[in-house]
Structures are given as structure tokens and as C-alpha cells.
Design a protein around this ligand. Structure first.
Ligand SMILES: [Zn+2]
Length: 210
């Protein structure tokens, strides 16, 4: 990737993550944004790439990049079982009328989104735990600012034809479901916005892959 590219990746062969300068700017990161906003933005992206090292593909590589399963059969079995919950959750989403999201195709990216959002939220909380007071911005609490930043990362608009094509071939879920899918599994999100059980963005069976 070239320096101005707005993207990031994890390479299991080299066991490293790459973030070009292009992504280290708003809305992902800004030196004038709050910790909550930067962690909901760039923090989520870093957590996402880190989690790729442990998704259905990255988990098959050892730290030195060799294709080598380093987990015990019991761990593999548990991992696969947890993965099926994620597949079922995302497969229930409708991208367009009559077109369902392919939870199997997008599993690795969805695991990375779930793990990335969870890790970034924990990191933001840890960074702010000794803060003398909470910074309220536009009447939003810091937790709410974090989740709004996650949502703002994936603002997008596409033609129906593109959305239809992407639903068949893109390894990523459509942007709105990247947000809804991961936040629905975070109890911290439900608490921040007082979402009770059964609400649109609260999962009945929360998925967690660990
Ligand atoms: Zn990814």
C-alpha cells in the first residue's frame, strides 16, 4: 500500500499489521479528538487487524508465518462452534430485499470486527479509568462518543447494483452491518444507549469468539 492509502491489513505470513499514513487522519484519528473518539476510530481498526491473527485464517499460522496449527483439538472445536454463532448472526441480516448476507463468506472479517471493537472499547476504558472527570461532548457521554465514532467510520452510500455484487463477493459485511453486527454483541453498547433486550441493536444471543 502507498502512504496516502486509506486502508490497513494484517499479513499472517509476516505476522505484522500495516497502517499507511493515509488512514491516520480523521475520521479515524485526530490529535484534537477525544480518546474515546480516537479509540472508537483508529483503535477499532488496529483491534480489527490484530484480531485477524486469530480469525479462521490467521489461526492457522504460527508466529513465524509457517502454516501450522498451534491450537489443541479442543480449542479448535470450541473456536469453530463459536464461529457458527457468528455465521448465524450475520446470515440473518438482509442486505437488500430478498438478498441475505453470507455469514460464511464474511466470517473472518466479522470476527475481526467483533474482536476489534471489543479490544478498542477495553483499551479506551483503561486509558480513561483514572480520568478526573468525564468529558461530555454535545451531550454525549464518553462511552457514547466511542460508539458514535465506530459508526462514523463506516458511513457510506452505494448503488443497489454494487451492494448486490458486494453481497456475493466481498469478504467484508456491508458497512452498516459491520457496525450493527459488532455493537449488537457488546454489552457496553447496550448500557451506553439504554437498549433493553429485544431492541434492534441488541443481540438475543451475544456472540463472542475468544
Ligand atoms: Zn479485515
Amino acid at each position: 500500500m502507498t502512504p496516502p492509502t486509506v486502508n490497513a491489513y494484517y499479513d499472517p505470513l509476516k505476522n505484522h499489521m500495516v497502517f499507511p499514513a493515509g488512514i491516520l487522519q480523521a475520521p479515524f484519528y485526530s490529535s484534537s479528538a477525544s480518546i474515546a473518539v480516537n479509540l472508537g476510530g483508529m483503535g477499532m481498526v488496529v483491534g480489527h487487524e490484530l484480531t485477524h491473527g486469530f480469525d479462521d485464517e490467521g489461526s492457522q499460522f504460527a508466529g513465524n508465518g509457517n502454516l501450522e496449527n498451534r491450537w489443541s483439538p479442543e480449542v479448535c472445536e470450541r473456536f469453530e462452534k463459536k464461529g457458527t454463532y457468528v455465521v448465524n448472526q450475520y446470515s440473518s441480516y438482509e442486505v437488500l430485499p430478498g438478498v441475505k448476507l453470507n455469514g460464511k463468506l464474511t466470517l473472518g472479517e466479522n470476527i475481526a470486527d467483533l474482536g476489534g471493537t471489543k479490544l478498542a472499547f477495553a483499551a479506551y476504558r483503561a486509558l480513561r479509568q483514572d480520568a478526573p472527570e468525564e468529558i461530555i461532548a454535545d451531550e454525549f457521554t464518553e462511552d457514547q462518543q466511542f460508539f458514535l465514532a465506530v459508526g462514523q467510520l463506516w458511513c457510506s452510500k452505494s448503488r443497489e447494483e454494487y451492494a448486490h455484487h458486494a453481497a456475493k463477493v466481498d469478504l467484508h459485511s456491508p458497512p452498516n452491518f459491520r457496525v450493527i453486527g459488532s455493537l449488537a454483541n457488546l454489552p457496553g453498547f447496550a448500557r451506553a444507549f439504554s437498549c433493553g433486550p429485544g431492541k434492534a441493536m441488541t443481540s438475543a444471543n451475544t456472540c463472542e469468539v475468544r
